[in-house]
Design a protein around this ligand. Structure first.
Ligand code: VGL
Ligand code: ZN
Length: 202
């Protein structure tokens, strides 16, 4: 067991990000066994859940004429328009059936405000609106975070960079992550994570 100051953050291992899902990440389901084994080794366990209303502005379907994976400009900056995914209460938003979600101390949902996306588990995409996760971790005395899940280049990467900026010691276990890799987004995310002081490990 890791020390009480170490938390595992499991990002968005949901059906829509696994093969057959609405925004499937290649091999997304292959990480589940490894993540379950890790969950047993950490005293603090947080799962995140992408949790959008049907009218969410990150969905291409809510922008007439816009193609999925095109980029638009929101008041808070550029935003990829995604296929409709992780709609609140749907099977696609549920955790992968084999993920040991019952072992979570906390499930933090994000992306529930219609007008703003939230890749990071700490701040929404305006980089200002907090999710509350920082307070939870600090009040439990957590200093070190290990991140796993989906997708390396979006929700894992944004969470890692925000966590490092908040002063946590952050490790991303890349072998327990999978990427969307849209137009070089994986390389870009890896570079930004390293620059932020995130340790990328297998
Ligand atoms: C994610 C795109 C849209 C992720 C969530 O979990 O990486 N990516 N919503
Ligand atoms: Zn999403």
């Amino acid at each position: 067991m890791r020390p009480d100051t170490h938390a595992l953050i499991v990002i968005d291992i949901q059906n829509d990000f696994c093969p057959g899902g609405a925004l499937a990440v290649a091999g997304g389901d292959q990480i589940v066994d490894r993540v379950n084994a890790l969950i047993r080794k950490f005293p603090v366990r947080v799962l995140t859940q992408d949790w959008h209303p049907a009218d969410h502005t990150s969905f291409a379907a809510n922008h007439p004429g816009a193609a999925p994976f095109s980029v638009t400009t929101m008041p808070y900056g550029p935003q990829v328009l995604w296929p409709t995914h992780c709609v609140q209460g749907t099977a696609g938003a549920a955790f992968h059936a084999d993920l040991d979600a019952d072992a979570a101390d906390l499930v933090i949902r994000k992306g529930f405000r219609p007008g703003i996306d939230s890749y990071s588990a700490f701040f929404e995409n305006d980089h200002k609106t907090p999710t509350g996760l920082e307070g939870y971790l600090r009040t439990r005395g957590v200093t070190d975070l290990t991140l796993v899940g989906l997708a390396t280049d979006f929700c894992v990467g944004y969470t890692a960079i925000d966590a490092a900026g908040l002063g946590f010691n952050v490790t991303v276990l890349e072998g327990a992550c999978r990427a969307i890799d849209l137009d070089g987004s994986l390389d870009a995310a890896q570079g930004k994570m390293r620059a932020a002081g995130v340790v990328l490990a297998e």
